[in-house]
Write a protein that binds this ligand. Structure first.
Ligand SMILES: NC(=O)c1ccc[n+]([C@@H]2O[C@H](COP(=O)([O-])OP(=O)(O)OC[C@H]3O[C@@H](n4cnc5c(N)ncnc54)[C@H](O)[C@@H]3O)[C@@H](O)[C@H]2O)c1
Ligand SMILES: [Zn+2]
Length: 350
């Protein structure tokens, strides 16, 4: 079992416990005053396990999926907690993917001005990304994550047992972030490149989850207020997210992997980079994608990159581009040039 400790914005401490059996790592007294929040899919797969672990805890299972990451679900959960008499000293146990983690984290920040939260991430994406960093949110007025708060969970229990039931589509969502981490970390890149045929094997994935948590928690530790360093986590996202906003037909992971393909090509145009490495990074992203996705015209997607408050300022687009093993640069590209470059890259790639 591996343990990571990180501090949050207001120096709250968070402990991430990772490995086989992590789900059982809470002391029995932690089940006292606990309230379990999950979704219907996770409940149907793991209901018995949850009941045996938290026999006396009330359970609220939301309908699964991003469509329900809403204030209505948040308030339904808060209502269930209030009716169950959860106290200031109680704790909310969130068992599920990033949707459950984001809503549950926010509920724990709001209920009685904040109660303890324990996260049990059950998707690959939640294990390597969303459960680390203390960001919580719901979608509102058609805008993703418009209402949220920073709230570090007291504990995150990352147990590989949950990966065995994940469909490939959900594995691919996590692989988007994992390949992004590999572009930031040479050792992870080497390991993944040497095992490209195992990217969907739950045992292999279980082995690389701790490294991915270490990479994200290092960034969060160094930059808890989301200033500059966290920009590295944007790799693949400026272009990927632009396609996602325009199109929305693929999963987030597929857009991120596609974004990595495009941004590797941008790096070739604008930097003195290691081209052989970028070809190997693209090969890794392609293995995770499994197929070349059908994309709308890049010219139209580029507009969304310009409108994104994270990237577009003064008619320029900022891209976190991979350049050498474990190294990235921030490219500040004039908007018109970015549009032209994306259109040309699309012809070459697709
Ligand atoms: N807070 C952050 O820093 C952060 C970072 C990245 C993403 N996110 C958020 O995370 C969300 C996406 O998370 P996600 O991809 O986990 O989506 P999700 O929570 O919707 O889970 C995906 C699907 O997998 C199912 N599922 C969960 N665990 C399973 C298991 N073990 N076996 C089989 N099926 C299982 C769920 O029921 C759901 O249908 C988005 O809302 C995104 O905004 C947050
Ligand atoms: Zn992402």
């Amino acid at each position: 079992m591996i343990t990571f400790r990180i501090s949050g914005r207001f120096s709250e401490k968070s402990e991430i416990i990772c490995g086989v059996g992590a789900f059982d790592a809470l002391p029995p007294r932690a089940a006292e005053g606990a309230f379990v929040f999950t979704d219907e899919n996770v409940q149907s797969l793991y209901g018995e396990t949850i009941r045996s672990r938290f026999p006396d805890a009330p359970v609220y299972a939301m309908r699964a999926g991003e469509a329900y990451k809403t204030p209505e679900t948040l308030f339904a959960l808060l209502g269930e907690m209030a009716r169950a008499g959860v106290r200031r000293t109680g704790r909310l146990i969130c068992i599920g993917g990033g949707v459950v983690g984001d809503i549950g984290g926010l509920a724990s920040a709001l209920y009685m001005r904040g109660i303890e939260c324990v996260q049990v991430p059950t998707t690959l994406l939640a294990q390597v990304d969303s459960s680390v960093g203390g960001k919580t949110a719901v979608d509102f007025c058609g805008v993703k994550n418009l209402i949220g708060a920073f709230k570090q969970p007291a504990k995150v229990l990352v147990d590989p047992v949950f990966l065995k039931t994940l469909p490939d589509r959900e594995v691919r969502c996590g692989l988007g972030e994992i390949v992004k981490h590999a572009a930031l970390d040479a050792a992870l890149f080497d390991k993944l490149s040497a095992n490209r045929e195992k990217l969907f094997d739950p045992d292999f994935l279980a082995g690389i989850v701790p490294e991915n948590i270490a990479i994200k928690s290092e960034v969060v530790k160094a930059d808890p207020h989301e200033k500059d360093l966290r920009k590295c986590l944007n790799l693949g996202h400026t272009t990927g997210h632009a396609f996602e906003l325009l199109d929305g037909k693929l999963s987030h992971g597929e857009y991120v992997l596609t974004g990595i393909l495009f941004e590797a090509e941008l790096a070739k145009r604008y930097t003195d980079c290691d081209e052989a490495y970028l070809e190997a990074l693209k090969a890794l992203a392609r293995s995770a994608l499994g197929r070349t996705p059908a994309l709308p015209p890049a010219r139209e997607a580029a507009e969304f990159a310009r409108l994104d408050k994270k990237n577009g300022a003064g008619g320029r687009v900022t891209v976190t581009a991979p350049v050498e093993k474990g190294e990235y640069v921030l490219l500040d590209i004039p908007y018109e040039e970015y549009v032209r470059a994306l259109a040309e890259i699309q012809e070459k790639l697709c």
